[in-house]
Design a protein around this ligand. Structure first.
Ligand code: NAD
Ligand code: TYD
Length: 354
């Protein structure tokens, strides 16, 4: 038995593959294009492990995907592959359309052909799990109830619009062709191997480098944070026990304004790696221009997955963020590798010299 994990060299995908192989001996094929966000080093500990194979390639490469499916006969696919950064989608939406929409479509087509050719037991047991985001639901007002699975889709950024389109395609392949799909919509993740273009790792890396900590607008936008390993355990649970065709929202019950997040990171660094001059890291906070179309608030109602599948997060924000900050302190070489080259160009383009 095996599973195919797409985007498995990225942040969540690599955490998922590493976790999977600590919990099970089931063979994993990782398919990843290795864009700027994908990193072979994330899976370095699996080098030589007979339970894992890495294939560099695009989910939109129908020939390659068909070959991998025929060769390995996976019982499930977990689709993490995507362009995932809202700010990049604002600067250049094209890659988001290509991977998140066209790529997901081509992947679905290849999977449909493969699934259609399976024997009846394998056909029944097969699952296509699509990993999506709470951002497809749009932005909440201060007192609105959190997003349930029934919330209507109101994506506001090119990123969330492209993810919404991919969710719709996945849904359509179930209703039209009977493909046994599962969709998960998760809130903001944080943890090890998070590329430092996203809020939490950017703040840790910039703080340690003595650089400004760029807070967009008034810093009062709210996100609902989940430790990445809790997201991985939720996906495993949905894959095991989720009802075909269903959507599960995944969240950590941790709504926090961005400024609180940045302060928490600063306080932890003050404790774990104080500045040489003895001053607090919060002195590096700098307010910068707001993101265009910036969603004000996301919040996930995760009661369905708890009620139906018995899943709950294991970490609180306090325990998860401490582990995360410590991981970045312990893994400076990883940070140095991912922040060389193209990363510098992105930072220069997006923040100027910040
Ligand atoms: P990421 O950007 O860190 O990783 C994406 C991975 O996909 C990279 O390894 C990249 O090389 C790979 N990839 C990109 N285009 C590809 C293609 N055409 N073919 C094959 N591989 C390709 O993203 P992430 O944060 O790990 O997110 C993973 C998934 O989870 C995405 O679908 C994202 O929308 C979703 N998600 C992320 C969050 C979050 O907070 N990061 C929250 C909810 C959902
Ligand atoms: P991000 O990590 O990009 O995730 P998303 O946009 O998918 O929620 O951003 C999280 C929040 O932090 C979002 O409200 C934008 C804000 N933010 C900043 O204030 N400064 C930054 O430099 C970045 C990258 C994000």
């Amino acid at each position: 038995m095996s599973i195919l994990v797409t985007g498995g060299a990225g942040f969540i995908g690599s955490n998922f593959v590493l976790d999977w192989l600590t919990q099970s001996n089931e063979f994993v094929i990782t398919l990843d294009k290795l864009t700027y966000a994908g990193n072979r080093e994330n899976l370095q500990s699996l080098n030589g492990d007979p339970r894992h194979v890495f294939v560099q390639g695009d989910i939109g490469d129908s020939t390659l995907v068909a070959y991998l499916l025929a060769q390995h006969q996976p019982r499930a696919i977990v689709n993490f592959a995507a362009e995932s950064h809202v700010d990049r989608s604002i600067h250049g939406p094209e890659d988001f359309i290509q991977t998140n929409i066209v790529g997901t479509f081509r992947l679905l087509e290849a999977v449909r052909a493969y699934w259609g050719g399976l024997q009846s037991d394998a056909r029944q047991a097969f699952r296509f799990l699509h990993v999506s985001t709470d951002e497809v639901y749009g932005s909440l007002g201060k007192d609105d109830p959190a997003f349930t699975e029934a919330h209507r889709y109101e994506p506001n950024s090119p990123y969330s619009a492209s993810k919404a389109a991919s969710d719709h395609l996945v849904r359509a392949y179930h209703y039209t062709y009977g493909l046994p799909v599962l969709t998960t919509n998760c809130s903001n993740n944080y943890g090890p191997y998070h590329f430092p273009e996203k809020l939490i790792p950017l703040m840790i890396v910039n703080a340690l480098a003595g650089k400004p900590l760029p807070v967009y607008g008034d810093g009062q936008q709210i996100r609902d944070w989940l430790y990445v390993k809790d997201h991985c355990s939720a996906i495993r649970r949905v894959l095991d026990a989720g009802h075909v065709g269903e959507v599960y929202n995944i969240g950590g019950w941790n709504e926090k304004p961005n400024l609180d997040i940045v302060h928490t990171v600063c306080v932890l660094l003050d404790e774990l790696r104080p500045r040489a001059d003895g001053k607090p890291y919060k002195e590096q906070i700098t307010y910068v221009a707001d993101r265009p179309g910036h969603d004000r608030r996301y919040a996930i109602d995760a009661r369905k997955i708890e009620r139906e599948l018995g899943w709950k997060p294991a970490e609180t924000f306090e325990t998860g963020i401490r582990k995360t900050v410590q991981w970045y302190l312990d893994n400076q070489a990883w940070v140095d590798n991912v922040t060389s080259g193209a990363y510098k160009q992105w930072v220069g383009k997006h923040y100027g010299d910040a």
